[in-house]
Design a protein around this ligand. Structure first.
Ligand SMILES: Cc1ncc(COP(=O)(O)O)c(C=O)c1O
Length: 447
C-alpha cells in the first residue's frame, strides 16, 4: 500500500538536485558517494523519489507497478516507451517464442566474432533499406550506438559540433573521443555555422562531426535537417543524426523527420534505437559505405567488445519493421498521432503548457523541482503513471512530466490521464505554496 504523507515535507527533499552530487570530493571513492544516498533517501521516505520503479506486468496502457520502496502503484500508464505498442503485439510475441525455440536465448558472442545470427544479418540489411542507405550496423543498445559511432570515428585532433541538448550517449561519446567539442544553442543552425567557420579557419586537416537529433527527447522539437546537411557539405563535416524517437512511428511511411524533410538516404550517418518503437533493446548506425560499416565493427568498442543482440531481439525487431511497413503499421501510426493530438489538446484545455511539436513525447511543464516532486507524489493516488523529469535529463528549474503516448491508448485512457494529472497538480500546488510560501509559476496554456 502507498504510504500516506502528512503535510510537512523536509525542505531538503524539495530542493537540491542530482547536480549537487556529480563531483563528490574525497579520496575514498566509495565513502564519498554516501551524500547522494542520504538525499535520495530523504526524498524516498517522503514519497518524492519516483524513479527506479518496476512493472508487475507488461508495460501496457494500464499497468501495475511498484516504486523502489516496494509501494504498489497502478493506473493509466504514460511512462513506458512503446510508441506503437509493439511490446504487447501478439505477432511479435509469437516470433519471439519461435526464435527462442530454434536459436535459444543468447547470441553468445560479439558481432565481431560469432555473435551475429541469421536474424541480425537480415536486420542490418532491412534497416539500411528502410533508411535508403547502403549499409547499417547493429549495436547492443541505442546508447551504445550513439556513443560508439562518435568514439569509433572521431579522434583526438578532430572536432565535434553538437546541439546543446543532444542525448547523453552522444555527449559521452564526444567527451571520450576528443576535447574539441563545441556546443551550439538548441536547433540554431546559424550558431552551428559560426563554429564550423571558426574551426575551418584554423584547421583544414582534421575531421568535424556535427551531432543532432531528429526529434529531441525532452522538448519534442526538430532541427532543419536539410540545412544541417548542407552546412556539413559546405565545411567538409560529417552529419550524424540520432533518430531514436521518431523512426518507425512518425510520418506517413514511418521514416520520421528524415523522411518528412525529404532527407531519406541523404544524411551522412543515422543512428537510432529499437527501444522506443520496435519493442526491443538494441541500436544501429546507418552509413554510406561498407568501409564505414566495417570500420565501426572493429573500431567502435561497444560494437566490437560487447555481446551482440540476442537472436530473439533481432528477430522481433525485424518483425516490427515488417509491421511498420504494412497497412497495420500505418494504422498504428494514425492511432498514435490521434492520441498525441488529443492528449495535447486536452492538456492545454486543462491549463497546462506542453512542449514542442506533436510527437509520441508529450512533455508537460512544471518548472520548479519542488512543485514537480509534490505533484509527482500525488500521481499514484490519482491513478496515473507518468515520469517526472528533472536534472540531469533537463536543466535545473525546468522540471516536467514526460508523457509517452502509445498507439493502444484509448480515448478514455487519455481523458483519465489529463483529469488525474490536473487533480495531482492541484494537490501538489497547494502543498507547495503552503510549505514554501512561494507562488509557483502560473500554468500557461499555449495554442
Ligand atoms: C535520443 C536518444 N538517443 C539514444 C537513446 C538510447 O537508446 P537505448 O534506450 O536503446 O539505449 C535514447 C534513450 O533514452 C534517446 O532518447
Amino acid at each position: 500500500m502507498l504510504k500516506a504523507f502528512n503535510n510537512y515535507t523536509p525542505p531538503a527533499a524539495l530542493t537540491g538536485s542530482m547536480r549537487d552530487f556529480r563531483y563528490p570530493k574525497g579520496r575514498d571513492l566509495e565513502a564519498r558517494v554516501a551524500g547522494f544516498f542520504k538525499w535520495q533517501n530523504l526524498r524516498r521516505q517522503n514519497g518524492l523519489w519516483p524513479f527506479s520503479r518496476s512493472t508487475e506486468e507488461s508495460p501496457s496502457t494500464v499497468c501495475a507497478a511498484r516504486d523502489d520502496a516496494g509501494g504498489k502503484i497502478d493506473g493509466v500508464n504514460f511512462a513506458s516507451q512503446d510508441y506503437l505498442s509493439m511490446s504487447v503485439n501478439p505477432v511479435i510475441k509469437k516470433v519471439a517464442q519461435e526464435v527462442i525455440e530454434e536459436f535459444g536465448v543468447h547470441s553468445a558472442g560479439s558481432a565481431a566474432l560469432l555473435g551475429n545470427t541469421h536474424h541480425s544479418v537480415l536486420l542490418e540489411r532491412k534497416i539500411a533499406d528502410f533508411l535508403g542507405m547502403p549499409e547499417a550496423i547493429l549495436f547492443p543498445t541505442g546508447w551504445a550506438a550513439g556513443y560508439g559511432v562518435i568514439k569509433g570515428l572521431v579522434r583526438s585532433t578532430d572536432h565535434i559540433v553538437m546541439d546543446s541538448l543532444a542525448h547523453t550517449c552522444l555527449q559521452e561519446g564526444a567527451s571520450a573521443a576528443t576535447r574539441n567539442i563545441y556546443l551550439f544553442r538548441h536547433n540554431m543552425v546559424g550558431e552551428c555555422r559560426k563554429w564550423l567557420e571558426k574551426i575551418r579557419a584554423k584547421d583544414q586537416e582534421n575531421g568535424i562531426m556535427v551531432v543532432i537529433e531528429s526529434l529531441y527527447s525532452m522538448d519534442s522539437d526538430t532541427p532543419d535537417i536539410a540545412a544541417m546537411q548542407a552546412l556539413c557539405d559546405e565545411f567538409d563535416a560529417t552529419l550524424m543524426v540520432d533518430v531514436a524517437h521518431d523512426l518507425g512511428n512518425l510520418g506517413d511511411d514511418g521514416r520520421g523527420h528524415i523522411g518528412m524533410q525529404g532527407m531519406l538516404g541523404k544524411v551522412d550517418l543515422v543512428m537510432g534505437s529499437f527501444s522506443k518503437t520496435f519493442g526491443s533493446n538494441g541500436g544501429f548506425v546507418g552509413c554510406r559505405s561498407r568501409e564505414v560499416k566495417e570500420y565501426l565493427r572493429f573500431y567502435s568498442p561497444p560494437c566490437t567488445f560487447s555481446n551482440a543482440l540476442s537472436p530473439m531481439q533481432a528477430a522481433t525487431v525485424l518483425k516490427a519493421f515488417e509491421i511498420i511497413e504494412s497497412v497495420e503499421g500505418a494504422e498504428l501510426r494514425n492511432k498514435l498521432m490521434t492520441n498525441v493530438l488529443s492528449l495535447r489538446r486536452q492538456l492545454v484545455e486543462a491549463g497546462f503548457e506542453v512542449y514542442g511539436d506533436p510527437s509520441a513525447i508529450v512533455c508537460v511543464k512544471m518548472g520548479s523541482e519542488g512543485l514537480a516532486r509534490l505533484v509527482s507524489r500525488r500521481l499514484p493516488e490519482t491513478g496515473l503513471i507518468a515520469n517526472l523529469v528533472e536534472f540531469p535529463a533537463v536543466p535545473k528549474g525546468q522540471a516536467r512530466f514526460r508523457m509517452q503516448v502509445m498507439a493502444n491508448h484509448t480515448p478514455q485512457n487519455i481523458r483519465d490521464a489529463v483529469k488525474r494529472l490536473k487533480a495531482a497538480y492541484e494537490m501538489g500546488l497547494a502543498e507547495f505554496e503552503a510549505q514554501t510560501g512561494a507562488e509557483a509559476e502560473p500554468l500557461r496554456a499555449t495554442a
